[in-house]
Design a protein around this ligand. Sequence first.
Ligand SMILES: *Cc1c(COP(=O)(O)O)cnc(C)c1O
Length: 443
Amino acid sequence: MAESGDVSPREAYHAVFSEMKKHHEWFADSIPLIASENIPSPAVREAILSDFGNRYAEGWPGERVYAGCTYIDRVETDCAQLARRLYKAEFADVRPISGVVANLVVYSAFTLPGDTMIAPSIPAGGHISHGKREHSGTAGLVHGLNVEFYPFDAERMNIDVDKTKKKVQERAEAGKAPTMAMFGGSLFLFPHPLRELADFLKGYGMHINYDAAHVAGLIAGGAFQDPLREGADTMTMSTHKTLFGPQGGLVLGGAPHEESIKKATFPGMTSSHHIHHMAAKAVAFAEALEFGESYAQQVLDNARTLAESLSDMGFRVLGENGGFTRSHQVAVDVLKYSDGGRVEADLEKANIIVNRQLIPGDIKAGRNYFHPGGIRLGVSEVTRLGMKKDQMRQIAEMIKRVVIDGRDPAGIRAATRQLRQDYQKVRYCFDAELGAYEYVKLR
Ligand SMILES: *Cc1c(COP(=O)(O)O)cnc(C)c1O
């Protein structure tokens, strides 16, 4: 595209739409395997287009700062009720506009700057919103938390329970016990040992938050751990990863935490809470209540099949002794062929969209985020499109041709397009007339 200074405003205006249309066409032909993404239903997209997106509704339903909220209040009341039902929670705040904001709500409600939080490190699956100040992580940089990492067992790809206990005990003896424990992560193959650690951590007075950003749709479908039953005080999430809603956030917790969470969300962390996205969350929660179980089960089957196929073809798939995965994700060490950055770029040329991934051992070996040792694959979106185990085997074969056989990626594109032909609608939703990636023109 030309520099915007060289073109007329009208040309620049049209260019925006033409690029977006090309994006839609590209994704309709591709294999989307980004584990943090999903495809929402046409109903979710309709809610996002509504006039709710042009309004303010600061405060709580019935206690707003502006007039004009009659219908917004009804939808938001329903939305919170659907969220509570979906996650069997006493309290839900549906206003946080993203997963990071949901985490900030919990940091603000339950810790003070200078407190310590224990969380997974990034190569061990943690998210940058749990991170240290020196890495520009949200917890450290924005809320001033000190962050300690859980000891991690790279063989089992999980938090090491015994070493964690030892570490917490030592810190407590030095008068530096953490006040918050964060579970959940972004590279997340197996349920975290929350049940095993909750009583121990609470013995030190810690608040336990579970960040379900990645696995919210699996928890909703009863196919992963159930954090609020296993000892988490609060649960934060994004609403658009395995849960197939609009981009947004959600905080859940017990009734005793209600007031602190409400105040931290507004006025603490939000002014506008993106009300069109709130309505779209309500739609997605209803869809998850109806279709969540069969969707989540298929996601697990697909991930397991993709992992096993890749392993059979010679890839080093992480988490082998645990059966590779019990989530929507598959993590592959690609150092034998090149590195995660190069593999990501090659696969993109084949219209297979994945992301490079820091894996355990990378930092010690001096590898960085641009050229890490792994790639991460997620099957939520292809599952939403109706793909099953057979298609997972075909996808594994295409990845092998590019990465192991070194075939020209562009030559694989015809095969990816062919595979996508029968999978152009969203499943697991009430209404799906519109194509999954159909571009909607309103002008
Ligand atoms: C994606 C992610 C987030 C951030 O969510 P956004 O909605 O992108 O702000 C937070 N925590 C974890 C574990 C994540 O994977």
